[in-house]
Design a protein around this ligand. Sequence first.
Ligand code: CA
Length: 249
Amino acid sequence: MRVLIIEDSPEIIDAVSLCINLRWPEAEVFSSAEGGRGLELIEEKGPDLVILDIGLPDMTGLEVLRTLRGFSDVPVVMLTARSQDIEIARYLEEGADEYVVKPFSHVEFMGRIQAIFRRAHGRMRTVSKPLQAGSLLMDFGAAEVYESGRPVGLTRTELSLLEHLVRNATRVVTYESLASNMMQIAEPADADSRLIKVHVQHLRSKLGDSAENPKYIANVYGIGYKFLQQVTAGVAGLMQGQQGQSALV
Ligand code: CA
């Protein structure tokens, strides 16, 4: 499956690419920061799905949508800056298939566009591929986490925090970024930096990690956290070897 992202924010391109690749590791994702180049890429590459930002430097998303509908039936998901019913209705009228309001969490994004992705490529596997970091195995699609082969029970908030850190592995993730990610799934009252610290403390203890001698989640004092390990596609054999059965396949 080939996915084209037309979006001028590198952060959003990264976030969307990661969402797609977590779920469909084989997907080929390419992007353009400009509408004009994006239209060329649709002709050149024939993507199975287009993710289109409404505000681009050279054209509006609406202009891009109208132009591409002149020559392509590719499914289009709009990325809108905020919920504006009138604009969204207009885009759907002009041939967009779905929309996602920024900022969004991985869970929200996937929930919103899963059906479109399936339609875009029926042959793609719809089960998520586990990810591995050290002895930690994570399947965010299935909401399952294993440490050294043992299942780790996490709350939805802890799972979301872990996922956000893992998605940004080896990079500093600020309290603000974690808070805004949490706002998507939790009560606003939960998205406070003191509460984030409490949730991270619980998460660490469940993963057998510690702030003093971090294996996975390190404090970046006054700023936030960093997931220390490189993340790779998970090995189902790890589970089979350690438990005699795979809980993930
Ligand atoms: Ca934009």
